[in-house]
Ligand binder design. Structure first.
Ligand SMILES: CC(C)(COP(=O)(O)OP(=O)(O)OC[C@H]1O[C@@H](n2cnc3c(N)ncnc32)[C@H](O)[C@@H]1OP(=O)(O)O)[C@@H](O)C(=O)NCCC(=O)NCCS
Length: 215
């Protein structure tokens, strides 16, 4: 491993540790319903399992997803997480610890917004069994109860039926369609915007994040 790579791995480990401290504190609070899955921060040590799973999930992910397929891409993926504006989480099977899905909290903005944008994918070996629904319920709890966010959004292409079903199961509401929102697979694509606020989720409300203005 080159010095540069060693340095970036150390940084990634430090970010993962910060995120894992928060996730562990949320899970220890005991508000999560009994579940077949649990959450944890993604780490550099997940590289081999993650790359095996992305390779096995090419058909499921299709051209619209761009998860890493090589060690260098995995390093670049991890380097995007800084804990403050972007966090990388994994949904893992409780029994075996195997990774069932990946969830990013992207574009975390504080102040008057208190919002994050969700990115997520299942992996083929465990897709279609409800693990993403259970795992994302925990992500929602973590985002609202622990991170004190006010709103989570998901931008979904109109033809992505599995993803649309998933957010509807989770209680998100349709807010409208943004034309040409994201550059995906070589073109600017329309996306439906689906969002959930903490007021839509029992048993809130929780105290506001310290960066939220009083007025
Ligand atoms: C979108 C995506 C994450 C959904 O993943 P998923 O595995 O279908 O989601 P779940 O784990 O919640 O599984 C739900 C399915 O499992 C079924 N299921 C089977 N056993 C179940 C159980 N015990 N409990 C709940 N659901 C169960 C559900 O009926 C549901 O099937 P349906 O959608 O045909 O009704 C997945 O299709 C994916 O990775 N797509 C490619 C990436 C992508 O598009 N990401 C989102 C970009 S916006």
């Amino acid at each position: 491993m080159s010095n540069d790579m060693g340095h970036s791995r150390k940084q990634a480990d430090a970010v993962s540790a910060r995120t894992q401290t928060d996730v562990a504190a949320f899970l220890a609070a005991g508000t999560v319903e009994p579940s077949r899955v649990t959450l944890r921060a993604i780490t550099a040590g997940d590289q081999d399992e993650f790359l095996d799973l992305t390779a096995a999930s090419v058909d499921l992910h299709g051209p619209r997803m761009s998860y890493p397929t090589t060690p260098a891409e995995f390093d670049a993926f991890l380097a995007r997480f800084d804990h403050v504006t972007m966090q990388g989480l994994l949904i893992c099977l409780r029994e075996s610890g195997a990774i069932a899905g990946t969830v990013n909290l992207n574009s975390i903005i504080r102040g008057r917004f208190q919002n994050a944008s969700l990115g997520y994918a299942a992996f083929s070996p465990t897709a279609g069994r409800g693990y993403m629904t259970e795992g994302l319920r925990q992500v929602i709890g973590y985002a609202f109860e622990h991170l004190r966010l006010h709103r989570l959004e998901a931008q979904i292409q109109p033809g992505n039926h599995a993803s649309l079903k998933l957010v509807q199961r989770l209680g998100f509401r349709y807010e409208g369609t943004s034309p040409d929102l994201l550059f995906i697979a070589g073109a600017w694509r329309d996306h439906e915007c689906w969002a959930l606020t903490n007021a839509m989720v029992a048993p809130g409300p929780w105290p506001a994040h310290p960066t939220q203005p009083a007025h």
